[in-house]
Design a protein around this ligand. Structure first.
Ligand code: PEP
Ligand code: MG
Length: 544
């Protein structure tokens, strides 16, 4: 038996086979190759295989979505025959003694940058395609399964790192748990694991021999046992069974109010990343959706999702929630959440950079497409719209003006449009300091404590080295939360928390005493939080 340790991001047990996810070599990596001729041959073999995959994809798409949509796979096939592209790969092999993986990924990145810089819109659009085909060949070369990180049977996925866009595309029914070498506890990948209720460890050192071996992820003890001894396996199975029993017991709290012993009520909502999470929301009996991270819809797509595509997703969520509140947070892309087709420039300080509302207010065509989709979906239930990363009254006014513009245009075009409540995230110190003014503009505040902690403590939430310094219990954060609640209430706004801190049961009593109106947490945290709320008595003096 082998044991490796890491940092747990969800207490739970996962038992099953490990599967290593190997990404194709990144362009920044250098590697020694056999010989340019041998690497060219490997590249050629992989290229032929990629062409076969693309031909099959074309046929499948032709049948399922028609010629126009299938055409992209023909373009990809043609790009893989382009002489300039092939010469560039060969050039890197010959001059740098590189591996075929390195040469093809580097060529993809170079060509992508070149296309992105062109004036012609058609050529600009090819920037994503050339990266895509290069990744496809790279994946074949490095033996990664085509089009899926997972196989047919459920596995514990092991990877150097997973980006938010990779995580959101994982088929949850095939995923027992995951283990990564890198990543921080406050990253979006960690948040997604919690939303999916999947035991996960980060900061684990692993090697290739792990692939295919049987293992147990023990989230309680921050470790993974590979080829566990029979008695340990039996203990872990027992522990897992107890977890399932506890979860079943929590189900008895369904339909019970979130009310303290002395009668104080608070709303408990759930956070979701995509429409697929709705099942978990209903299963855990959340009172609504307090944060729909709509950017994951963009991260799952190869290109900007159209208004109609977004409308279909929002409508499905809103309809399924059957009148319960659905708070759609508008596009919060940028920083760690990157989609290639946005073509965002690399930045020195991405967390402080061009992201979220800053992108939306400068790329209005993108923002308006989303606002129109939200307004159209609002006809089918109770929808709120929430703007992220706000630092000024002007931003809120500009965003609201665009929302109104979209409403007017939709009505003129004959669409039905419902009423939407408007709110903002309070996740910057600036927003806390001007909360009184901001409250005049909106109907609710939702505290994004993940970013509020990052910006207040000046700590990059993505940096695993700083995990021990990232302290959301810092008095500065707790005072800011109190200040925000008081300012909101002074102006008739309701105030909630949708950051991870909302699920921290050591603070539930504090939050209730502060007067918070809502807590929005990952779906699996809803019932445990309900249990906690129902055990509190605020008429008693708080414990010192
Ligand atoms: C937050 O910052 O607390 C938040 C809820 O948003 P995200 O984690 O998506 O940045
Ligand atoms: Mg945030």
């Amino acid at each position: 038996m082998e044991v490796a340790t890491g940092k747990s991001i969800l207490n739970g047990i996962a038992i099953g086979k490990l599967r290593i996810y190997r990404k194709a070599a990144a362009a920044s990596e250098t590697a020694a190759a056999l010989s340019p001729e041998a690497e060219w041959e490997r590249f050629e073999t992989a290229r032929v295989q990629a062409q076969e995959q693309l031909a099959a994809l074309y046929e499948k798409a032709l049948e399922e979505v028609g010629e126009e949509n299938a055409a992209i796979f023909e373009i990809h096939q043609m790009m893989l025959e382009d002489e300039d592209y092939l010469d560039a790969v060969k050039g890197i092999l010959e001059t740098q003694n590189a591996t075929a993986e390195y040469a093809v990924i580097a060529t993809g990145e170079n060509f992508s940058a070149m296309f992105a810089a062109m004036d012609d819109a058609y050529m600009q659009a090819r920037a994503v395609d050339v990266k895509d085909i290069s990744q496809r060949v790279g994946n074949i070369l490095s033996g990664r399964a085509e089009d899926s990180l997972l196989g047919d049977d459920p596995v514990i996925l092991v990877a150097d790192d997973l980006t938010p866009s990779e995580t959101v595309q994982l088929d949850k029914s095939k995923l027992l748990g995951f283990i990564t070498r890198h990543g921080s506890s406050n990253s979006h990948t960690a948040i997604l694991a919690r939303t999916m209720n999947i035991p996960a460890l980060i900061g684990v050192d692993f090697d290739d021999s792990w692939d295919g071996r049987f293992a147990v992820v023990d989230g309680y003890n921050h470790c993974v046992y590979i080829d566990p001894a029979a008695d340990l396996l039996a203990t872990m199975e027992e522990k897992q069974k107890n977890d399932f029993k506890r979860e079943a017991l929590l189900q008895t709290l369904k339909k019970k109010p979130n009310v303290t012993l002395d009668g104080r009520e608070i709303k408990v909502y759930a956070n979701i990343g995509n429409a697929g999470d709705i099942g978990l929301v209903l299963q855990n009996d959340a009172g609504g959706i307090g944060l729909f991270r709509s950017e994951f819809l963009y991260l799952e797509s190869q290109d900007f999702p159209t208004e109609d595509e977004q409308f279909a997703v929002y409508k499905r969520v809103v309809e399924t929630m059957a009148g319960k509140k659905v708070i759609i947070r508008t596009l919060d892309i940028g920083a760690d959440k990157q989609a290639a087709y946005f073509r965002l420039d690399p930045e020195e300080n991405p967390a402080l950079g061009y992201r979220a509302i800053r992108i939306c207010l400068t790329r209005k065509e993108v923002f308006k497409q989303q606002l129109r989709a939200i307004l159209r979906a609002s006809v089918y239930g109770t929808v709120s719209v929430m703007f992220p990363m706000i630092i000024s009254v002007r931003e809120v006014r500009d965003a609201k003006e665009l929302l109104e513009e979209c409403r007017r245009e939709l009505v003129e075009q004959g669409y039905a449009v419902g009423q939407v409540e408007v709110g903002i995230m309070i996740e910057t110190p600036a927003a806390v300091m001007i909360a009184d003014e901001l409250a005049e503009e909106v109907e609710f505040f939702s505290l994004g404590t993940n970013d509020l902690t990052q910006y207040t403590l000046a700590i990059d939430r993505q940096n695993p080295k700083l995990d021990n310094f990232y302290d959301p219990h810092h008095p500065a954060i707790l005072r800011m939360i109190r200040q925000t609640v008081e300012a909101g209430h002074r102006h008739g706004c309701w105030v909630g928390i949708c950051g991870e801190l909302g699920a921290d049961q050591t603070l539930t009593e504090t939050f209730l005493r502060m007067g918070l109106d809502e807590l929005s947490v990952s779906p699996s945290a809803v019932l445990p939080l309900r249990k906690k709320i129902r055990s509190l008595d605020l008429s008693k003096e708080p414990e010192a």
